[in-house]
Design a binder for this molecule. Structure first.
Ligand code: ADP
Ligand code: MG
Length: 539
């Protein structure tokens, strides 16, 4: 991708600022550039905790020879082109700030070679000035060497802390990336000694390498999905651990965010280790809020709060987290709630997402969300067809404070919403009181439901999707993937779903289930006619 200088109107939209505070900030920026360049392997070398030398070497895409000098200009980037790109950033960098800021306060040498060129380029800069550039042999990738940090800004040099403190910041940056990118190889070499040499690994293996056996063994996995995205990670609740160690990643970027923190804190309270990954569509995340990109904002802060809080609470209350069938013994037992004439027999839940059910010589894997959505949608349509839609009157009205754009949206959908069972009225300027909701929506969580509905209405116009209001309501009201259900609840859901007219599709016409016939199972397993229980593969 070509590097170019961002035009002024784009620069103004960027939350720019000084990004180089200490050696660890340089390490962070250079690692991010390596990852953005698709590196599989990143090596970090430091001397005197980065004061004397920081060298970051990657095997990524490299920089085209004619672009090397440009890369050190302010606002020179290959990662965004127009305003729209800022709204859905998929790379770590986008401001074109790091290399010039680093070069301004140190002596830099960059050696790079892209694929398909014979020779690479070596460029040297001092205090931000290019003092030499020539062809040079280089492996494919990029190596940036930063020497004599703050040599020309003595005051900032004075503000550096002890070697031990600066090194611990560097190690913090290194481990953060190593956790978020376990499939890449990482090494950290300090004063010639390898502190970490990490080969590509699974997430779990990477935790083991970084935290050790004792801590990793205590970590429990969690995983939850909601409209806002997916959240997963590890939680360690050793009561002897008074220290709190939270790490939050949004689309693998290590960040802070007040909603995530509040949700984690509300669920966990005291100390412990929490490593939490959120996966969210980039257009729903604003990474352009903090100069060093350390903070993010979500378009639906509340949805993210709910998702994180409910996923963690579920883990804490059930201790089951993401369980396979095998981990929850009662799932094997036949359903106690099976009634005469019922179609499906609930067998259990897989990954808190699929219901396993038996019926008429078949095994069914039923998507719990899709099935529930179908049930709610049918009920809603039936209710709408009747004279008065069944509504649930709220004991206290739910007041929603809305932006004017949201009020407009609500107004334009008012009649459809009322047809579905909502009763709402203006409540002072900029607010709406919801007095009744469709009966299919549980009364608790009305506010969160209404907020999500607003979000859907907003997205709906933005993306010109053709989702109807009843479809939206059914989808938002339906149990989410990742929700643990008791066997009785599973049976009830299967019963309701079994009565619906269109078993095969959810409200959006996506498939709901997958089935295999038991005959096929028997055939595959070799339990066909004539087989016996002593049959073995060697026979
Ligand atoms: P940004 O990352 O915000 O684009 P930088 O100043 O960090 O700004 O880098 C400027 C440009 O130089 C990048 O957009 C990229 O094209 C190029 N670049 C920097 N580091 C690397 C690297 N390690 N590998 C490949 N290209 C790089
Ligand atoms: Mg960068």
């Amino acid at each position: 991708m070509k590097i170019h200088i961002l035009p002024p109107h784009l620069r103004q939209q960027i939350a720019a600022g000084e990004v180089i505070e200490r050696p660890a900030s340089i390490v962070k920026e250079l690692i991010e550039n390596g990852l953005d360049a698709g590196a599989r392997q990143i090596c970090i070398e430091v001397e005197l905790a980065g004061r004397q030398l920081i060298r970051v070497t990657d095997d990524g895409a490299g920089i085209a020879p004619e672009d090397v000098a440009l890369a050190f200009e302010r606002f020179a980037t290959s990662k965004i082109h127009e305003v729209r790109d800022i709204e859905s950033i998929q790379t770590f960098g986008f401001r074109g700030e790091a290399l010039p800021s680093i070069a301004a306060v140190s002596r830099v040498q960059l050696l790079t070679r892209p694929h398909g060129t014979e020779l690479g380029v070596c460029a040297r800069l001092e205090g931000g000035r290019l003092i030499g550039i020539r062809e040079a042999g280089s492996p494919v990738g990029t190596s940036v060497e930063v020497r004599d940090l703050f040599y020309n800004t003595p005051v900032r040099r004075k503000f550096l802390r002890s070697l031990r403190v600066e090194l611990s910041h560097i190690i913090g940056v290194f481990t953060t990336f190593a956790i978020a990118f376990p499939e890449r190889a990482w090494s950290l070499i300090c004063d010639g000694k390898a502190l970490f040499e990490l080969a590509p690994a699974s997430y779990r293996e990477r935790l083991l390498a970084l935290y050790g056996q004792e801590v990793t063994a205590q970590l429990e996995a969690f995983d939850g999905e909601g409209l806002s995205g997916r959240v997963w990670g590890s939680l360690g609740r050793d009561p002897s651990l008074s220290r709190r160690s939270y790490r939050f990643f949004v689309n693998r970027r290590s960040v802070r965010n007040a909603s995530v923190y509040r949700a984690a804190h509300a669920a966990l309270g005291g100390g412990g280790i929490l490593i939490l990954f959120l996966e969210i569509a980039p257009e729903l995340v604003d990474v352009n809020v903090h100069p060093a990109k350390r903070e993010v904002r979500f378009r639906d802060e509340e949805g993210v709060y709910d998702l994180v809080a409910s996923t963690l609470t579920r883990l804490l209350t059930s201790r089951s987290g993401v369980v396979g069938v095998a981990e929850r013994e009662e799932l094997y037992r036949p359903s106690p709630a099976m009634e005469a004439g019922e179609l499906f027999q609930a067998v259990g839940q897989v990954e808190n997402t699929f219901l396993l059910a038996a019926a008429h010589g078949h095994l069914y894997l039923v998507d719990q969300h899709a099935a529930h959505e179908r049930v709610l949608y049918d009920r809603l349509l039936q209710a709408i067809a009747g004279a008065e839609p069944p509504r649930r009157h709220l004991i206290a009205p739910q007041v929603l404070v809305l932006a004017s754009r949201e009020l407009e949206l609500l107004e334009s959908h008012r009649s459809e919403l009322e047809t579905c069972g909502f009763v709402m009225e203006q409540f002072g300027p900029g607010a709406v009181a919801v007095r009744a909701i469709p009966e299919i929506i549980p009364a608790r969580g009305v506010e969160s439901f209404c907020r999500r509905l607003m979000q859907r209405l907003r997205d709906d116009t933005a993306e010109r999707r053709v989702e109807t209001v009843p479809q939206m309501i059914a989808c938002l009201g339906a149990v989410k993937a990742g929700t643990a259900l008791s066997l009785a609840e599973q049976q009830r859901l299967l019963r309701d779903w079994g009565h619906s007219h269109q078993l095969h599709a959810c409200a959006h016409n996506r498939p709901v289930y997958f089935r295999i016939s038991l005959d096929e199972v028997r055939r595959k397993i070799g339990r066909a006619a004539g087989s016996c229980d002593t049959w073995s593969p060697q026979a």
